[in-house]
Ligand binder design. Sequence first.
Ligand code: PEP
Length: 246
Amino acid sequence: MRRKLVAGNWKMNGLTASLAEVEALIAAHPAPGCEVLLCPPATLISAMAARAAGRIAVGGQDCHMAAAGAHTGDISAAMLRDAGASHVILGHSERRADHAETNAMVRAKAEAALSEGLVALICVGETEAERDAGETLAVIGRQLAESTPDAATGANTVIAYEPVWAIGTGRTPTLEQIAEVHDFLRAELAARFGAEGAAFRLLYGGSVKPGNAKEIFATSNVDGALVGGASLKAADFGAIIAALAG
Ligand code: PEP
């Protein structure tokens, strides 16, 4: 059985005062029937991990592929771990677009994360133009194959399907479109990793809200969600968790 997972991505949002949301979230959902992960900006990882005290997991939003060195402004996997992170989001479409991250770079970062004992949450997803051109599965298949390390297992790697056009737009694919991609991801993982392919959690991400979470979670091969905007407010994120745990 794959343990359900709801992950929140705060992106470049949040100051120390925002940590009150974490307290509210934990107070509202002391023992959810699923795993909960919050990925704040790097500046808040340490303080959030201290407050969470293991009740929810805390993760980074990126790491460098090198262990250390002359990379001004970057953060290594070991630094994330040292700050209290247990997970790291890699290959988010905003980083692929803003920082020209390639699949090969995402894979190298994932290898660095796994070697530090972090769980890598690898994002894949098509643009609207790619979907319109009928290239969705080809694009996602390539991203998955090239971004996922050979050492990936269901325990150390999570795959998030995030259609670029659904992120922060309020638009979501149909449930049939989500199922098509998630079933495809499952088949690709099984083809590459054999029986272990069934152990990877597959998250859907892109405009998940309290109002649509339940039907998305009931969709084939959806094991949880990666949530952006709605993870910033404990009430909304808590409602999404409740929809999965409930
Ligand atoms: C995201 O950026 O990972 C995301 C899913 O954002 P949102 O939920 O705001 O669409």
